[in-house]
Design a protein around this ligand. Structure first.
Ligand SMILES: NC(=O)c1ccc[n+]([C@@H]2O[C@H](COP(=O)([O-])OP(=O)(O)OC[C@H]3O[C@@H](n4cnc5c(N)ncnc54)[C@H](OP(=O)(O)O)[C@@H]3O)[C@@H](O)[C@H]2O)c1
Length: 289
């Protein structure tokens, strides 16, 4: 049995869909009534804060997919999940981590991912780390300002980043979960096929919503202050503002993890944006309202 945590998340939900098509899968969710997962999926109610409920959810599972939501409690949530998995006899944990995970990262979520990886390495269980780069799906949040003001403002400097589609992350994860022993002790960087700068992202999005748009590189400190003024929690504002600095040059080169695991090339950003044309143009019409 495979247990998928964070099964209502962007990546987890798609993993559950892919695995359910081929065999039994159990989904750990906080609220079964709201989970809206396929009917043939076994659902277990648990949170990362509740060790007892997690133990019941993980009982009988040989393999666990471990993801979650970044935040102040994330490191302890992951540590608890790893400890419970080891205690109930899980053999292999596949951890969703991130490109840039490092003890000395300026970004807290990267330090948390590193701590989770280290905890897993010393857990006695077999492990695999999946380290995606920035999700293409993050870009959908920028649709409103692109469509409304012709402006894509972000603290990403003039770097180029190999954004990855979460559908590819899920396909790679599902392949590992189906045959975990083949991936024991491996860490995979999951990226898109090429690095793309934000000026090009602005042009590509603008072409879809039907107007000109340009990228404005914001100073991280200004971006952080704007987010905080808009009510975003301080930890999240700090992480989002500093994220570009979490990547070394080598991190921003495309990697072959998706092709190796999913058995097909990763999704180009042009196809991702075309696939989300409806969401992008809906954002455009909202921003004119
Ligand atoms: N965004 C990026 O560019 C990027 C890049 C690389 C790596 N990542 C990593 O990807 C991960 C997020 O993956 P995602 O986007 O698939 O997730 P997501 O869509 O943000 O969903 C988070 C999931 O975690 C569950 N969750 C949150 N708190 C929980 C708790 N206390 N107990 C149990 N479940 C809880 C949520 O359940 P509910 O539905 O109940 O809220 C949901 O299923 C993060 O660790 C992030 O660092 C992100």
């Amino acid at each position: 049995m495979i247990l998928v945590t964070a099964a209502t998340g962007q990546v987890g939900r798609e993993i559950v869909r892919l695995l359910a098509a081929a065999g039994p899968v159990r989904a750990m969710v906080r609220d079964p009534a709201a989970a809206a997962l396929p009917e043939d999926v076994e659902v277990a109610a648990a949170t990362f804060e509740d060790g007892g409920a997690m133990a019941a959810a993980m009982a009988g599972a040989e393999t666990v997919f471990l993801a979650g939501r970044d935040g102040p409690g994330y490191a302890s949530q992951q540590a608890r999940a790893i400890d419970v998995a080891a205690r109930v006899g899980v053999r292999h944990v596949v951890k969703l981590s991130a490109v840039g995970a490092a003890a000395g990262s300026p970004v807290e979520l990267m330090r948390d991912h590193h701590a989770g990886e280290e905890r897993l390495r010393s857990s006695g269980m077999a492990w695999t780390f999946l380290r995606p780069h920035l999700y293409m799906q993050n870009l959908l949040r920028l649709t409103g300002p692109v469509a409304g003001e012709g402006r894509l403002a972000a603290p990403m400097g003039d770097g180029a980043y190999p954004f990855v589609d979460t559908r590819d992350v899920a396909a790679a994860a599902a392949a590992v979960l189906r045959d975990p022993a083949a991936h024991t002790g491996r860490a995979y960087a999951l990226t898109g096929p090429r690095a793309v700068g934000y000026a090009e992202v602005a042009r590509l999005m603008a072409a879809i919503v039907g107007r000109d748009a340009r990228y404005e590189a914001l100073a991280p400190e200004r971006f952080r202050a704007e987010l905080e003024a808009a009510g975003i929690p301080a930890w999240r504002a700090a992480d989002l503002a500093a994220i570009a600095s979490a990547y070394a040059d080598a991190d921003n080169r495309p990697a072959d993890g998706v092709a190796e695991l999913a058995g097909r090339p990763p999704t180009p950003i042009e196809r991702f944006l075309a696939d989300h044309r409806a969401a992008l143009t809906a954002g455009a019409s909202r921003s004119h309202a």
